[in-house]
Write a protein that binds this ligand. Structure first.
Ligand code: 5GP
Ligand code: ZN
Length: 114
């Protein structure tokens, strides 16, 4: 998708602080971190949101979750723990419509709504 911010980051057209990459996923530091570790993990294929997952692209979920494990290891938070957040759609406040998992950690999170 030419006009998608995260597709452009994956292609290297827009610079990013890469944390991890494999055939299926790209992971980079969030530009506006909410914790000492805040990394976005995205599928290399354009999927607008969690609502656009289907039988034809669901394998991306497995690759994303494996990528998250790699990110946690690279960032040194695999033992201390981390939170994974996906904002889907308007009420969740999704702002970039390329599926992305926020991986947040490096600090004890006290606010817990779920
Ligand atoms: P959302 O609100 O859609 O769940 O998350 C979008 C995230 O993308 C936000 O946390 C925001 O800080 C991050 N973001 C937006 N633009 C850029 C950018 O150009 N580079 C990086 N690294 N992160 C971005
Ligand atoms: Zn995209």
């Amino acid at each position: 998708m030419d006009n998608c911010l995260f597709c452009r980051i994956i292609k290297g057209e827009i610079p990013s602080a890469k944390v991890y990459e494999d055939e299926y996923v790209y992971a980079f530091k969030d530009i506006n971190p909410v914790a000492p570790v805040h990394v976005l993990v995205v599928p290399k294929t354009h999927i607008a949101s969690l609502e656009d997952l289907n039988d034809g692209n669901i394998e991306n979920v497995v690759h994303i979750h494996r990528g998250i494990q790699q990110v946690a290891k690279v960032m040194g938070i695999n033992d201390s723990g981390y939170r994974v957040i996906v904002n889907c759609g308007e009420n969740a406040g999704q702002t970039v419509f390329h599926l992305h998992y926020h991986v947040v950690g490096g600090v004890k999170m006290n606010e817990k709504i779920l």
